[in-house]
Design a protein around this ligand. Structure first.
Ligand code: ING
Length: 334
């Protein structure tokens, strides 16, 4: 019997600034119930699922933005989601803004198993955008570096009802290192939520590039690490600002097996064959047999782009039309 996981991305259409937690949680419960009706065992909600994407607003005084943050999880307004999920026997991933008791602010997600227990927590590492407004501060911004600290929990893999699940958040999905670190810990599925505006202040790519780059990031991560990727969007228009949809489920072959059709509330579900990865891990992506970490040191030693590393035996010479002389180990150089 092949191991399977019935999993869904619960895409959430725009959440307007005036929507209450209670109104939002009612929408999330409807999505949860629809997924459960399709025998789903794990539901992935988006990043910052409980509020509008507030990092689009500039507010110098962070204390004035506490209303966007959760100081307990679950708090009273979110408890009904935990209760309903436990009744339905469904686990879930939930993204939200976390304000800790000692005043630290993170872009956080949790994994909750089918008994309602929080079995994993992640705090976003790759914070895109800016720490201060760009251009007109009244125009939509992307101020995650203002509102959140870099996550301090690392990239973890957690057992959710017998399946090894890795977590990340939004911009993390664009960095190849994220999937690799999770795959090296045995992740079978990587789950993530995202809020992806059509661009960043001062940078407006072609809208279709936003969607193609989003899907490419998921597909590359899944294929190169022989794992499933489930990504749930907060999509549509929030306070006039448009965000891409494209919630998707991607197989270890790198193929999008299910994708949202719209930008509203939508359940995108599939039965993931967890054994599909085995063939890839046994051959082309047998990490133990093929990876050469001793050759990858630059990845952890350098942050930004820098000078080429001299190649042993290659003597850099002024261009004489003959190209650099390369000493070989088996024959004298001429
Ligand atoms: N959002 C965006 C993302 O990585 C972004 C940031 C916006 C990147 C537009 C590129 C273009 O999808 C978050 N929340 O990380």
């Amino acid at each position: 019997m092949r191991r399977q996981l019935s999993v869904a991305a619960a895409q959430v259409g725009g959440i307007q600034p005036g929507e209450t937690r209670e109104e939002v949680v009612r929408r999330l419960i409807l999505l949860l119930e629809e997924a459960a009706a399709r025998s789903t065992r794990l539901v992935v909600f988006p990043e910052l699922t409980l509020t509008t994407f507030f990092p689009r607003y500039w507010a110098q005084d962070l204390a004035s933005t506490d209303r966007w943050f959760e100081t307990e999880m679950p708090g009273p307004s979110v408890q009904p989601l935990f209760d309903r999920a436990r009744e339905l026997g469904v686990g879930f991933y939930l993204g939200y803004a976390e304000l800790t008791g000692d005043g630290h602010r993170y872009n956080t997600s949790i994994l909750v198993d089918s008994t309602g227990r929080i079995v994993g927590r992640y705090r976003k590492i790759h914070l895109p955008g800016h720490a201060r407004p760009v251009g007109d501060e009244q125009a939509p911004q992307h101020l995650e570096k203002h509102y959140f600290e870099v996550g301090d929990l690392g990239l973890g893999v957690f057992d959710v009802d017998g399946v090894r699940i890795g977590m990340c958040l939004c911009n993390d999905r664009r960095w190849a290192e994220v999937y690799r670190v999770l795959a090296l810990q045995g992740a079978e599925v990587v789950v993530l939520g995202y809020n992806s505006p059509l661009g960043l202040p001062g940078w407006q790519p072609e809208p279709h590039h936003m969607m193609s780059a989003h899907l490419l990031s998921l597909q590359a991560g899944a294929y190169q690490n022989s794992l499933w990727v489930v990504a749930a969007a907060k999509a549509g228009v929030e306070d006039g600002a448009e965000m891409i949809g494209g919630s998707a489920l991607v197989s270890p072959a790198g193929e999008v097996v299910a994708r949202a059709t719209g930008t509203g509330d939508e359940v995108v579900q599939t039965v993931a064959d967890l054994d599909l990865a085995a063939a890839y891990r046994a051959e082309i992506f047998d990490f133990e047999a093929h990876r050469r970490p001793d050759q990858y040191r630059l990845i952890t030693e350098r942050t930004g782009r820098g000078a080429p590393v001299p190649v042993p035996g290659q003597v850099p010479e002024p261009l004489t039309g003959h190209g650099p002389r390369i000493a070989t180990t088996t024959q004298e150089t001429r």
